[in-house]
Design a protein around this ligand. Structure first.
Ligand code: AMP
Ligand code: ZN
Length: 397
């Protein structure tokens, strides 16, 4: 497809630490943007556009882009990155992009953008990592839960998800209970060239449910408007999660539909913080056995533009989020394969989940992205099991 590029000067220089975040948000500026890049110097922006637009349209695209830059950059200050562990220099034998080999072996098959079917090798690796994460859960005697893939809009509304992450939501609906509408659909539904269904929007019922973006929320909702009799809960669950990442979707690195294993702690502040720390230490031993090259550092969630600056600064100031960032040697960068999170009493307050003394419960979770774990491992160790650490003998390849 022919592409048109448009370059202009940013209204505010994007500092280096924000380049990635701003670039990823530019994906949501306009449907005609295929790709957006901020120069390493932070002062030039290039939009790769689907069509060759007229002057007025270009001005409009520039204005929308500048709005994002201004909102995210103005007044932002560099968060102090706190490094809790650094094992990035662990020796690893591989340095190629695993995506190419995975595709060549038929181990990944893309169903649509950001949605992949996974073959036996990746599935066995994920099963292995799952066993290790379950060992962690067992070490806390975490109670097992199973949660649905759908989540009611009302739940997400209660915890302000629509304000924080509107861009990544995925909505679920169904045909209205209307014989004519259902008959019409059955006879006429067809996919357009781009895969979109040709159906009038009023055929669908109003949206009451979404595809769930996280696992632990389901537990908080199950315990909402209650006092926790024991004053604490430790639970674990694995689930399908959905985050629409627009043009940022790529390989197993950034999926629309991925799976997460979480260990969840609810109780007093000290209980949650202590257990988050114990979990980190226990995982440090597991990652050593697995031979993973990674570091654990403070981070923030990818809040949408308007909320970004305030919320990211808040998370950073209170050390609410630490990410396990695995090395991707083929591109000389890192990828978050998991996170250690503390939400303070946010869910306790918004969901009226209380401790026996009536105060809001504190919550925290340890979350692992299963596809990313497999992907990062293959990026570091490659496809010959003889090169893999001894811990992988049991994978049986
Ligand atoms: P978070 O709750 O954002 O810290 O996510 C927990 C983990 O889920 C991350 O560390 C990733 O490993 C994984 N994850 C989050 N978003 C995606 C995505 N779009 N694609 C694949 N894995 C993801
Ligand atoms: Zn969580």
């Amino acid at each position: 497809m022919p592409e048109f590029t448009y370059e202009f000067t940013a209204s505010e220089v994007v500092p280096e630490f924000l380049v990635g975040e701003v670039q990823s948000k530019l994906a949501y500026v306009d449907e005609d943007i295929n790709k957006a890049t901020v120069s390493p110097t932070g002062d030039r922006i290039t939009l790769h556009l689907r069509l060759s637009p007229d002057k007025q349209r270009l001005a409009e695209l520039e204005e929308k882009t500048q709005r994002v830059v201004l909102s995210m950059v103005k007044g932002a200050y560099k968060p102090k990155v706190q490094v809790l562990e650094d094992h990035l220099d662990r020796p690893i034998p591989y340095n190629l992009d695993p995506h190419i080999e995975l595709a060549a072996r038929g181990e990944i098959s893309q169903e649509t953008q950001g949605v992949f079917a996974l073959g036996p090798l990746v599935s066995r690796l994920i099963n292995y990592f799952e066993r290790r994460f379950l060992e962690l859960a067992d070490s806390f005697e975490a109670a097992p839960y199973r949660f649905p893939t759908l989540i009611p809009a009302r739940y997400l509304e209660r915890v302000k998800y629509f304000q924080a992450f509107p861009h990544s939501l995925t909505f679920a609906t169904h045909l209205r209970e209307d014989l004519d509408a259902i008959d019409h659909f059955a006879q006429n539904a067809a996919c357009q060239h781009d895969g979109a269904l040709t159906v009038p929007l009023d055929t669908f019922s109003p949206i009451q449910t979404l595809l769930s973006p996280a696992v632990c929320y389901h537990l908080y909702f199950a315990l909402a408007d209650q006092s926790l009799p024991q004053g604490k809960v430790v639970a674990t669950a694995v689930g399908n999660c959905f985050r629409y990442e627009s043009i940022n979707l790529s390989s197993l690195e950034r999926l629309w539909n991925f799976t997460m294993r979480e260990v969840i702690f609810i109780g007093e502040k000290e209980f949650v913080l202590e257990n988050r720390e114990i979990a980190r230490q226990r995982m440090s031993g597991v990652f050593e056995e697995i031979g993973l090259a990674y570091r654990v550092e403070s981070a923030n969630d990818p809040f949408f533009i308007g909320e970004f600056r305030k919320q990211a600064a808040f998370q950073s100031a209170f050390q609410l989020k630490f990410e396990i960032r695995a090395r991707l040697p083929f591109k000389d960068s890192t990828l978050a394969v998991g996170s250690y999170n503390y939400h303070q009493d946010f869910f306790g307050r918004h969901l009226n989940m209380t401790l026996p003394d009536g105060s809001p419960a504190h919550t925290g979770c340890v979350a692992f992205g299963l596809e990313r774990m497999a992907y990062a491992f293959l990026a570091q160790y490659g496809f010959d099991p003889r090169d893999w650490p001894a811990a992988f003998k049991e994978v049986g390849l």
